[in-house]
Design a binder for this molecule. Structure first.
Ligand SMILES: [Zn+2]
Length: 54
């Protein structure tokens, strides 16, 4: 049981820190966009990327 708990904690540490790769700001939306688009990006950066897709 304790081993399972540790694995979950390690996964969270690795993936979820809520820091946008574009603007380096911490934002709750980064986590959502990471799940949806596989990009660590906040909503404001995501919108600007959609308008100017490079
Ligand atoms: Zn951003």
């Amino acid at each position: 049981m304790k081993n399972d708990d540790q694995i979950v904690i390690d996964k969270d540490k690795e993936k979820i820190d809520n820091i946008c790769e574009e603007c380096k700001n911490e934002d709750e939306t980064v986590k959502q966009n990471l799940i949806m688009y596989s990009y660590k990006i906040c909503n404001s950066c995501n919108i600007s990327k959609r308008i100017f897709p490079i």
